[in-house]
Design a protein around this ligand. Structure first.
Ligand SMILES: NC(=O)c1ccc[n+]([C@@H]2O[C@H](COP(=O)([O-])OP(=O)(O)OC[C@H]3O[C@@H](n4cnc5c(N)ncnc54)[C@H](O)[C@@H]3O)[C@@H](O)[C@H]2O)c1
Length: 384
């Protein structure tokens, strides 16, 4: 059993996602555990080259974690043959130009979502990757959450019977930034900078729905910019030009209806920041990031509508908690391990640029639907 080094360029290493989820919780954690085990018993150990625009911040991160290799020059990093994988966690509107450079440099690519701001660009990336034989992958982290892994277990066990509908509630209150600092970057609230909750969340909903419930045939969405003025990282007031809430209805092949509310302007009155209720003929489930509860048909109460009498029944008591039954690791890290195995061993990998492009297409279709007040149909998209 040998250790094999794998050189990975991490662009956007100082960003919110790049630093916390990808560098610290995934790549450094993988280094710490001695790498990723491959089928032949060898271990693939990441060797990192950090890239960022702010030298001081980047040096700070590198020093904090004992990393020697960093640069503010992405072209220099891409020209370095010691690093074969390029990872991108930059702000969305810089993604396409950087991914194109990485394709041209012959790197394997793993990237945050969305892969582009427009479907046209996302599809072009998928085409270019196919033409160049680029190994490619896109972050599909929600599928690796414990709650969604439990949901997958329920689906594979045939728990639901026919799935009739799925209702998802995602969101929390994001501070405007005047009285208390906002907990998300200000570009998220400016369309001209690649922001908007549709662009941010519909790519996630696309792969979650597609993978767990079926292909999306059409979408209807209502969007809103509920809060029109916010304050940025420097405390300066700005106009929020992007949608900060989206109310979407997705009809799936086979008839299941999925409704997703996504909002940065709601106060949480539920167990988790995202929750999906799945109702099937044989049973229902409510799953979140971590937890999952089920109610089988046989244990479903029979409520009778009577507004004159306060109902003494506690409906929460009718649900059964789904046990973990296995340890769950950080989802970003598990997906990194999958991607690295895919790269090293040539394993099949469904979460690629084409899947990323379908996600961008859903966002674009959602925005079109909201702007034009109509349902937008989506064809199957199986090749670039
Ligand atoms: N998978 C998920 O759950 C998830 C969650 C949040 C964000 N994201 C995605 O991750 C990406 C980054 O989001 P974030 O919240 O970490 O944002 P962020 O603003 O915290 O980080 C963005 C990074 O881009 C860099 N950057 C910004 N402008 C630049 C410029 N002009 N030149 C060079 N570098 C520049 C910043 O230095 C920083 O490293 C986005 O595409 C977002 O959609 C994914």
């Amino acid at each position: 059993m040998a250790e094999r080094r794998i050189g990975i360029i991490v662009n956007g290493a100082t960003g919110r996602m790049g630093y916390r989820q990808h560098l610290v919780r995934s790549l450094l954690a993988i280094q710490e555990q001695g790498g990723v085990e491959l089928a032949d018993g060898d271990r693939l150990v990441p060797d990192l080259l950090l890239v960022g625009r702010n030298e001081e911040k980047l040096r700070g991160v590198a020093e904090k974690h004992g990393l020697l290799n960093w640069t503010t020059d992405v072209d220099e990093a891409l020209a370095n043959d010691d690093y074969e994988v390029y990872f991108d966690a930059l702000v969305t509107n810089l993604r396409v130009e950087n991914l194109k450079k990485a394709i041209a440099a012959g790197k394997a690519i793993y990237t945050e979502k969305p892969t582009a701001e427009t479907f046209e660009d996302a599809l072009e990336l998928a085409r270019l990757a196919t033409e160049h034989g680029t190994v490619n992958g896109v972050v599909h982290d929600k599928l690796y959450l414990p709650g969604l892994l439990k949901l997958r277990r329920l689906l594979e066990g045939g728990f639901f019977g026919e799935i009739l509908s799925v209702r998802g509630e995602f969101g929390y209150w994001v501070y405007e930034g005047d009285w208390q600092a906002a907990q998300r970057p200000s570009w998220n609230y400016r369309s001209e900078d690649g922001g908007g909750i549709v662009a941010d969340m519909f790519p996630h909903w696309n792969y979650v729905i597609e993978e767990l419930f079926g292909r999306i045939e059409d979408v209807y969405a209502q969007t809103a910019t509920h809060i029109g003025t916010r304050w940025d990282e420097k405390g300066e007031e700005y106009t929020a030009t992007a949608d900060d809430a989206a109310y979407g209805i997705f009809r799936l092949e086979g008839g299941t209806v999925v409704q997703m509310n996504s909002s940065w302007d709601v106060r949480v009155h539920r167990d988790e920041l995202v929750e999906f209720q799945v109702d099937g003929t044989k049973g229902s489930a409510v799953v979140g990031l971590h937890g999952a509860h089920i109610q089988p048909r046989e244990a479903t109460p029979k409520p009778v509508w009577n507004p004159d009498v306060k109902d003494p029944h506690n409906y929460y008591d009718d649900w059964i908690e789904v046990p973990d039954n296995e340890p769950f690791d950080n989802g970003f890290k598990v997906q990194w391990e999958d991607f690295l195995r895919h790269y090293a061993e040539g394993r099949a990998y469904p979460y690629d640029f084409l899947s990323g492009a379908r996600g961008v297409r859903l966002a674009e279709a959602g925005l079109t639907s909201a702007a034009e007040g109509r349902r937008v149909s989506l064809d199957p998209l199986t090749e670039a």
